[in-house]
Design a protein around this ligand. Sequence first.
Ligand code: F6R
Length: 602
Amino acid sequence: MCGIVGYLGLNEKKEILLDGLQELEYRGYDSAGIAVIEGKKLHNFKAIGKLENLREKTKTYHSEGFGISIGHTRWATHGKPTELNAHPHLGAYSYVVHNGIIENYQELKHELQADGVTFLSQTDTETIVHLFEKNHKTTPDAFLAFEKTIQRLEGAYATLLITEAAPDTIFFAKQGSPMLIGFSKEDVYFASSDTPIIGKADEVYYLEDGEYGYAKAGEVKLFNAGGEKSFTKQALTSDKISAQKDGYRFFMEKEIYEQSRVMSETMIGRVRDESIYFEELGEDFFDGITSIKICACGTSYHSALCAAYLFERLAKVRCDVEIASEFRYKEPLLLKDTLFVTISQSGETADTLEALKMAKRAGLKSLSICNVDNSSIVRQSDAAILTRAGIEKGVASTKAFATQTMVLWMLAVYLGQTRKTLSSVLAKTEIDAMLHTPKALIVGDELHAKLHRLSKRYLHGHGFFFIGRDIFYPLALEGALKLKEISYLHAEGYPAGEMKHGPIALADSELFTVALMPRTMHYDKIKSNVEELSARDATILAISPEPFALADDFIQTQYATHPMLEFFEMMVVTQLFALEISVRLGNDVDMPRNLAKSVTVE
Ligand code: F6R
């Protein structure tokens, strides 16, 4: 996820910006840049890769006297991680940094291009600075031109703009993406989270959506739709690690809560009213392909299993899924009309990477679905679709799984549309459901509190079975994996219909069954599977929109109009369930024992 810093004052600006950006490294980034105006002079530096590269580029530059400055770390979403795409973006005499996504940037860009503006980058952000300068031509007051600019922006943004037209002022606006203003005796800071300003500012104001304004020496003015606003500053925390967690107890918890937002980012530019579009795939990408093979490990393997149902159902394309470490040594039959897909959060998992190399040696076309641009798997693949989940710090994967599954669902619909195996009516139903997904992922306070309460009853016993059918079977596998990774309790995922072929022998009151019982997918079938377990006295935690009389514990879900909405809502329940059990057991939620975030060895 991108990071923003800003500084206005007398101190050396370059160091403040670089140190601030360093504090935001934990969010992940692939390029960085700063812009400073001192006196009337503008200085701008950008570099791809780590901040050391930017430090190297700026080593002979030192700012002097009063000035204004902005900086940014970018995690590529629209356009590759290149210097041209790095922020700050330049107009003729102004610079802008931005986090979030300007949803109507294409429309604005076309409008500006028609006015003769040349765009240097592929980003949505660049539209802001050009739009500002266009408005400034007719509205000479820079603040009014800025106000006019943000009124045209749709989507999510936290943005800072500086301009030679007002060389003592930083303009700011916030809608949807976080931003704060830090205050010390003489200086003003901006940042996308507390960490860059801890130790520098004493007080802070967290901007609300819809707020914007400007800062000059000794003066910060805040506005919203109702006009000028007064605001109350509060004392700034001094704990950096807790600041990085944005107030959550654990990174994993923060990442569960982030899922609703990152899912919107995964869809932006790809999900349109009537169709799915991937700028990463050429029109002929699937030509000659008759089947798909997916290889992945762990959680990514579970999203692959889910995809197999979706590809066959929606796109009518045969799809096999294999665990990468198994695939590597089985001497697989690889046929050239098979598309080889790898799925990986890190893009560095050794087994998945080796499986990809094998497929390439056999001449297969490859596609990766990955969260990290420029990772080994992305570089080795013929094409890559980024999941845009932002950096995932919790070892137990959550938002990466959610976004992988979303990309695969979109890909299944895309394929169904391009191959005409999916009618436009059905495609519309899928797309409508996709657009509702961010809502289904919002974590309600009541739900979290209930899972916290209920977790105390699940700290013992001789194991958990997570059961589901169809796409809820991979979700059951994933729910069980989450629980065992961070609670160290034994848990298995099972297809519900398979329990009677053996595992039901384990059933007694100390066997906990987490039953995924969606309304829109084989409800009666799973219901009777759960009844069989209940009859053997198993303890049942049912997750369903339908009240279920035999449940010992029951979580009622809300979104029951489409299987994928049910899937994502239930996914959140299983993630929080695992989290709360792990907390009660006193485990290290973010760094569970024996596990590593990126498994680069066989
Ligand atoms: C589970 C988890 C692991 C990873 C697996 C593959 O929470 O994180 O199972 O999913 O190690 O990693 P990636 O997706 O980076 O290839």
